[in-house]
Design a protein around this ligand. Sequence first.
Ligand code: ZN
Length: 404
Amino acid sequence: MSGEVYARVRDEVRRRADRLWDVALTLHADPEYAFEEHRATTLLTTELDREGFAVEHGTAGLPTAFTARAAAPQRDAPTVALLLEYDALPGLGHACGHNLIAAAGLGAALATRAALADTPGTVLAIGTPAEEGGGGKVTEVEAGVFDDVDAALMFHPGVYDWQWAPLTAQAQYRVGFHGRAAHPTGNPTEGIDALAALVQLFNTLAVTGRRLPAGSHVQGIVTHGGKATNIVPEYAEGLFGLRALTTAALDDLAHDLATSAEGVARATGTRVEVERAAQGYAHFRDSTALSGRFAAHLARAGIELTPPAPGVYLGSSDIGDVSNRVPAIHPFVAIMGSDGSDHTPEFAAAAASDRGREVLLAAAEALACTAADVLLDEGLRQRAWADHTDHTDHPGPAHTGHTT
Ligand SMILES: [Zn+2]
């Protein structure tokens, strides 16, 4: 790829720098939460529409999702998608920096299209609501939004400079025990204590938890524990958050939970219902071919990305589901030191700081250059897909044979 293309792409980002920062600050000053990001959607789609993208609202049946398309002049041309997150955290505003994700994705989509106006290929800007709760991307994947996409690109601000994100699989299950109400002393032999069964399940999980594979974890809370102290609880309910390094390990963990709950029910004479309570997320698989390009482009801004520290897992995200469907990247670029943390007021401040602006523009340029690579470099697309189809059961690089 000639350096001249990259220079053109970067130039298109730089011409829009003030506008992109303005978008980032506008989002930051007006935080909206999962599936209610109406003003963010309007702001972003207005910018895309203004530069000739065809905007579809309500993608995948989600009112605050959108797809903006700058279409290919040719059939069978490649498609690159920039993913825009824009939800905030209740009470904390943009403490996960999604305002920077949105502005960088916007800038990269606009710059790529402008710089490669005559190149066959489609640039998509996909608005992905409710990353923090609800998982808009999961619904979009299921609706086929990524079916014709060759690569899905985004970056995430963070406290580390990491080429890919160690994100695990996650799900929540509701477990309800049904017993029988009775007076605890009046007719104690009639009662079947559902809460005692739930407590027993917690005890059982504490034992089985000791032999779970690395990265598998269960955290439970009690959501219903009875109504009064003079009634044996006839119903008790817990909510269990499950995490595992891979989606397959998560399925095993969910199976273990159900087996334990059924065993406890049999032992205590209760009846139990186990059901999935919320949208789960798959683990993230990095496209090494693509994240390597992103890292090389970002290095020009003086930011060096490394693989994540071994053994560190940063939670879960709906990018996991996208990454199991198409080659995807989700690098972290630090907007504050690694002694800090996202989901804090300090991180929210960093998302509107000078450092935040520098990272936004550097990431937008690197994303745009990577998007240009996807459209122009057929060999890269083939490598990304070959890696993607390779079976792997580990989070991280989709192709385990690569080192970075
Ligand atoms: Zn986030």
